[in-house]
Design a protein around this ligand. Sequence first.
Ligand code: FAD
Length: 316
Amino acid sequence: MEECAIADKAFDLIIIGGGPAGLTAGIYAARARLSVLLIEKGLCGGQIAATEKIENYPGFTEPLGGGELTSHMEAQAKEFGLNIKTFAQVESVSERDGSFLVKTGDETFSALTLIVATGATPARLGVPGESEFTGRGVSYCATCDGAFFRDKDVIVVGGGNAAVEEALFLTRFAKKVSIIHRRDEFRADKILVERAAKDERIEFLLGYELASIEGDGKVERVRIKSNKDEGEKIIPAEGVFMYVGTHPNSSFLTNIIKLDERGYIITQEDLGTSRRGIFAAGDVRRNGAKQVVIAAGEGALAAISAQRYLSELAEE
Ligand code: FAD
């Protein structure tokens, strides 16, 4: 994707992150005629860009590719005049004389207000086969990919609420769902565990660790190891759903805004953060659901709040 020429380094608004939240914020802010720069560490698109099909984004009767959806968002934002700087990772944010300074590898940009939309990265276990089969049977999102496993056997890895909730969700499609958890007890809420225990399509494999994911071009089976003895099992499965946590991309903000204990940005109703003038949207924010439509909605709200903040500044 071509990068816009960025002659100026001072903007009304800088958006950090070019996923659905950042791009939607860009559409709203550029359309409101603010001078806006979006900084993205790679190419725009975010996590969804790698997904083959997205079926739950409203407005499309035919599922479209994740990358196709976000490239439409990017084109729309550029149409309204959004400046985009790609392959520039934001390393730090500081405040000086009423402006925010945003530092990438070799450049510093300034703006009166900021929107952080840097998303989160699903945690990886790092077991053999995981990277090789990501997108070919290994998934980090049952809501997104569950429907592709109709009448198939799948594995869910993890013991928290996300793992058990998503295992329950997967029973809508899968023939059998085996939950592998390394401890003897789930961390998930009891009510969820009880619900899963009652479902005959769900099997619990407690006290086991995932050792490897195997297959020929696509997932065919997993190998699991007991934590109590040397026991090993091979479980046939075509899908492996990983719920071993996520990491918000917020480490460059630790000294400037309040994060929760896991690093997610804490926001108010208007998506303002603990520092006036900095807003946050999408998966990097502490909220319940991580979905494109939610990230896009929050990007729109953050842009509207940033505009209001700029009007307040002008009046002060
Ligand atoms: P992201 O998409 O994570 O985008 C953040 C962007 O910020 C990235 O491009 C990243 O490179 C950039 N960035 C991070 N740090 C920096 C930095 N320091 N400097 C500059 N840029 C930075 N949701 C659905 O609704 N439907 C689905 O079908 C679906 N399928 C999914 C499938 C998979 C495999 C995964 C992992 C997720 C799926 N999701 C789906 C969830 C969805 O992708 C996310 O909820 C959504 O992408 C969040 O958007 P975001 O803009 O908040 O963050």
